[in-house]
Design a protein around this ligand. Structure first.
Ligand code: SF4
Length: 452
């Protein structure tokens, strides 16, 4: 039996972009107007109206101009009009922001110099910068980004030989879900990302591609629970799927969740064609509550019912993600119970071997054991396939690079504290990884332009 290797898995909400072949067949050019009027959609505000991260440094607007990506094209158009610019100027500026993202306004080569200077004074083109870039042999690239308040998030670019260029993005700093096997949940939740911070991840990843290529898919499977930051995520996706923005088809966007039924319903009500993936990981409440603690309050039944409603409303087949962990959820009896759960449902099961995290005791099952599990599902009539992990050599499981960075920072701070005060490592307990809920953040800020 051949294994599907088109995308790899990460240990986060599991990983792999569950982009099915029939989904691609359904792909159509984005039909949405550029940033349509959303006055009737209270939950989907433009980036400028979406939740912003708290400013912790007391800086004035004069010191820190408005992030460029908080401007809708309409607002930018008005701003340009007020300066007497011709109508085509908007298209030129948007091109340099989204289609061919440049490092600075100065590089917008067909824009008059005086306008470039005004833009520079009024806006901040980038609020994030690349701290680290890793590349795997399979072409997967991972970026660690530093945000204005000193927090860090990861995003990943996945390449395949069919020309798909998939961006895997984060929606929160840390995660409150606390999944037992996940590196992102280890440091707890810090804060939601603003819409412009979600968008900037896409633009950084776009900059990794040559000019002739473009991002084709988005999977929201990075750090954080996307449906716990739905408003900002939707605002960012609105721009990402707009022809004036990144122009990615909404049908090529996959949102992965541990399962929050009311938020799944809200997502369905937006009428967007986004693909929903549910990180199931266990077929029974008893086992799932141990792996995904939020399950204690929701339960598999409520989540599957919400998935059914999502399918009924959108017509999009839901994918169930199942990360296979050796000796935990990989027995044949688990496959049988999973098949029972999926029976009579229009759903698809992605099985991904666990991507080990150094600090955690879980291990990946052998390839033979993974195959046996999938065979059992198929015997029972379940649509299932194996997804191979990508980028294993660069810690592509979500949260791992950030964990290593924070650990190094703790060590570094400790060494400095020791050198300055003759004190012990215990003094650096307030390093970012350990601060509760984003309090007491460092006050340093990101640079104006990305280093990638
Ligand atoms: S802890 Fe958060 S980021 Fe990690 S798998 Fe669970 S929901 Fe995803």
């Amino acid at each position: 039996m051949s294994l599907d290797t088109e995308f790899g898995g990460k240990s986060c909400h599991t990983t792999v972009p569950p982009i099915d072949q029939d989904q691609h067949a359904e792909d159509q050019p984005a039909r949405a107007e550029a940033f349509p009027d959303r006055t009737n959609d209270a939950d989907v505000g433009p980036p400028a109206q979406a939740e912003q991260p708290p400013r912790t440094d007391g800086a004035s607007e004069r010191q820190y101009p408005r992030p460029m990506l908080t401007m809708t094209p309409d607002e930018l158009d008005q701003w340009l009009q007020a300066r007497g610019e011709p109508r085509y100027r908007l298209r030129q500026v948007l091109h340099w922001i989204y289609q061919q993202p440049v490092e600075s306004f100065e590089q917008m080569s067909d824009i008059p110099k005086s306008l470039r200077r005004d833009l520079h004074r009024a806006f901040r083109l980038w609020t994030t910068r690349v701290l680290e870039r890793q590349q795997a042999e399979d072409g997967t690239e991972k970026l660690l980004l530093r945000l204005m308040d000193g927090e860090t998030v990861e995003c990943v670019l996945l390449r395949d030989d069919r020309g798909h260029r998939t961006a895997c993005i984060s929606t929160q700093v840390g995660c409150a879900m606390g999944c037992a096997f996940c590196a992102s949940g280890l440091g707890g939740f810090k804060r939601n990302l603003a819409a412009y911070e979600i968008l900037e991840q896409l633009l950084h990843l776009r900059r990794l591609l040559p000019p002739k290529e473009r991002l084709t898919h988005i999977v929201v499977m990075g750090m954080g629970e996307p449906l716990a930051n739905l408003k900002n995520l939707l605002a960012a996706l609105e721009v990402a799927t707009s022809p004036s923005g990144l122009g990615i088809s909404g049908r090529r966007v996959t949102i992965s969740t541990v399962g929050i039924p009311p938020a799944i319903d809200r997502l369905a009500e937006t009428g967007k064609p986004y693909h929903l993936a549910i990180s199931l990981h266990a077929p029974t409440d008893e086992l799932r509550s141990r792996l995904v603690p939020s399950n204690q309050h929701t339960g598999i039944k409520a989540i599957m019912n919400a998935a059914d409603r999502y399918f009924a409303k959108t017509g999009r087949r839901v994918t169930l993600e199942y990360v296979l962990i050796a000796g935990v959820n990989d027995r044949l009896e688990h496959a049988v119970a999973l098949a029972e759960l999926v029976k009579n449902r229009t759903a698809f099961v992605n099985v991904i071997a666990y991507n080990p995290v150094p600090e955690l005791p879980y291990r990946s099952p052998s390839p033979a054991r993974v195959q046996r599990f999938v065979d059992k599902l198929r015997e029972a009539g379940v649509n299932a396939r194996i997804r191979f992990r990508k980028g294993v050599s660069i810690e592509a499981g979500c949260g791992q690079l950030r964990r290593r960075f924070l650990a190094a920072k703790v060590q570094d701070n400790g060494a400095r504290g020791k050198a300055q005060n003759g004190n012990s490592l215990g003094q650096v307990a307030a390093a970012p990884c350990d601060r509760p809920n984003g309090q007491d953040r460092p006050t340093d800020t990101a640079g104006q332009s990305p280093s990638a």
